[in-house]
Design a protein around this ligand. Structure first.
Ligand code: CAA
Length: 379
């Protein structure tokens, strides 16, 4: 058993840490307040190879492992979870699925620009009436011979207006239930495809979340990923890796809030001492540190299983469940430690607390993670 990061992992961590401090921290409060998409920052992340981290260099990616991905997600999310969600969705919900299940032509046309960061991708599964109950797809893709006719609405889509390439799950044959769902690649600009208004959110406010409307959109047959009816399995298999990304995002939000709390506790004076001298604060910091370390180990273990070609669905769900619950608890305590300062924007912890909440919801709520975990337990 090896608990040490490799030299390469340490270099990647330093690069992501430096990027977060120099490129993400300035302006993060303003972007949150004005719901401003981090366009420049995402462009630079693409140039650094962070948008196609695990994609093979043959398709324009960086060829890194999933542990590196987890490390980068943690470091970026310590400072700006609105940016890290773009990284996560592009890497694990879009690039990974295209590389693993796409045809050679789809990889050349769609994966290469996504992995190089020239374009951004979106993953479109959720609908107004299908969130956790993802098999209940109401969006339809009628088979018209050489193309599908796509109709319906998708909700809460990350990168909704900034993406160029959308992977859309839609029902082709309702009689087959989830086995009649297809995953289709839809391009921005296709006739009948419109983007709804931006959602006004509690957290990750810099990220770009929209509903999408499809009215008689003609999607060529060659844009279907996998065999006819593979769409639901595609979505589930892709989400397994996505959950490592969001677990690592939650880990980063927690560790960002923790690091700010340690620093504040050492500086702030109360009752003639620093906060760090008070046992009430020491115990809070001890609990935070312990939970964060446990969350990190769960993230790395899920990533290691994936890197080694072993089943990782349960491990990814455990990591996401624990890390997101840790993020929520830790950020609430971080605000408490900061007292009145924690309640104002300049100290960052209130934003981290708001950002933490979504990690318990997207890419499968905590309740969905418990379903996945308990099914494995009871197998
Ligand atoms: N890999 C491959 N196939 C899988 C799978 C996996 N990990 N998990 C399930 N499947 C297959 C099953 O084998 C089954 O196929 P067969 O019937 O052919 O054997 C099929 O999928 C249906 O599976 P279930 O019977 O388990 O389906 P279910 O209705 O009980 O639900 C669920 C399963 C786990 C609850 C699933 O619906 C789920 O994960 N829901 C949550 C959806 C979700 O995470 N949404 C997030 C939206 S994306 C997002 O947030 C992105 C963003 O922008 C940030």
């Amino acid at each position: 058993m090896q608990f040490e990061l490799t030299e390469e992992h340490l270099l990647i961590r330093q690069a992501a840490r430096d990027f977060a401090q120099t490129e993400l921290k300035p302006g993060v409060i303003e972007r949150d307040e004005h719901q401003k998409f981090p366009a420049e920052q995402v462009k630079k992340l693409g140039e650094l190879g962070f948008l196609g981290m695990m994609v093979s260099p043959q398709y324009g990616g960086s060829g890194m492992d999933a542990i590196s991905y987890s490390i980068v997600m943690e470091e970026l999310s310590k400072v700006d979870a609105s940016t890290s969600v773009v990284v996560s969705v592009n890497n694990s919900l879009v690039c990974y699925g295209l590389e693993k299940y796409g045809t050679e032509a789809q990889k050349q046309k769609f994966l290469v620009p996504l992995a190089q960061g020239e374009k951004i991708g979106a993953f479109c599964l959720s609908e107004p009436e299908a969130g956790s109950d993802a098999t209940s797809q109401h969006t339809t893709a009628i088979d018209m011979g050489d193309h599908y006719l796509l109709n319906g609405t998708k909700n809460w889509i990350t990168n909704g207006s900034t993406a160029s390439t959308y992977i859309v799950m839609a029902q082709t044959d309702a009689s087959k239930k989830h086995r009649g769902i297809n995953a289709l690649i839809v391009e921005k600009g296709m006739e009948g495809f419109t983007v709804g208004p931006k959602e006004n959110k509690l957290g990750i406010r810099g990220s770009d979340t929209h509903s999408l409307m499809f009215t008689d959109v003609k999607v060529p047959k060659e844009n279907r990923i996998g065999e006819d009816g593979f769409g639901f399995k595609f979505a589930m298999a892709t989400l397994e890796g996505g959950r490592i990304g969001i677990a690592s995002q939650a880990l980063g939000i927690a560790s960002g809030a923790y690091e700010l709390s340690v620093q504040y506790a050492k500086e702030r004076k109360a009752f003639g001492k620093t906060l760090a001298d008070l046992q009430a604060i020491q115990f809070k910091l001890a609990d935070m540190a312990t939970e964060i370390e446990a969350a990190r180990l769960l993230c790395y273990r899920a990533a290691w299983l994936k890197d080694n070609g072993l089943p990782y669905a349960q491990a990814a769900s455990m990591a996401k469940l624990f890390a997101s619950e840790t993020a929520m608890r830790t950020t609430v305590e971080a605000v408490q430690i900061h007292g009145g300062y924690g309640f104002v924007k300049e100290y960052h912890v209130e934003r981290l607390m708001r950002d933490a909440k979504i990690t318990q919801i997207y890419e499968g709520t905590s309740e969905i993670q418990r379903i996945v975990i308990s099914r494995e337990v009871l197998k």
